[in-house]
Design a protein. Structure first.
Length: 174
């Protein structure tokens, strides 16, 4: 079997809107994803600062005003993406460590792009972590400015503000 996500694996992959009852599982997924995916680019305090940024408000964010999509298989959450439809901001994209690099992030990003197009947005933007820059560049995002910083509790986390134009009326994968 290839390393890519296969539709023949255990059960089909399902994309759906997040529900309030998903929050605790989503927080675990985010924490595991950050610890695994960011460990070569950020120290422990930086990883914790990034996690706390999501943890402090995720339960509210899932309910309103953002669009949160989860990927699940057999009722197990495998990834999530979150869009702020008011400004076209990709607020989050996380994949469980076991599936990082296997295409699930791309599936979630494609779902967010389709949702953004359906809402009439012309572009997506986001503050991307250093470990994900290649992923976003490959998906068509470009830096808008140089390296920036997220500061939380005195901990500085380098990030890059990136954007991608969305072709209007396109229904094919980017």
């Amino acid at each position: 079997m290839s390393r890519a996500i296969e539709s023949t694996e255990a059960a089909p992959l399902c994309l759906r809107r997040a529900r309030f009852e998903d929050v605790s599982a989503l927080l675990r997924l985010i924490e595991e994803s950050i610890e695994h995916g960011c460990r070569q680019h950020y120290g422990p305090a930086q990883r914790r600062a990034v996690f706390l940024t999501y943890a402090e408000s995720l339960f509210v964010d899932v309910v309103q005003p953002f669009d949160t999509i989860v990927a699940e298989r057999q009722r197990r959450l495998l990834g999530l993406a979150q869009l702020d439809p008011r400004v076209g901001r990709l607020r989050a994209l996380f994949v469980t460590p076991a599936l990082q690099g296997r295409g699930l992030g791309r599936i979630l990003l494609t779902a967010v792009e389709r949702l953004a197009r359906a809402r009439g947005l012309r572009a997506l933007e986001g503050a991307m972590s250093m470990n994900a820059l290649d992923f976003y560049r490959h998906a068509g995002f470009t830096p808008r400015r140089g390296q920036e910083q997220l500061v939380r509790g005195g901990v500085v986390v380098p990030i890059v503000d990136m954007a991608k134009p969305l072709a209007q009326g396109s229904t094919e994968d980017p």
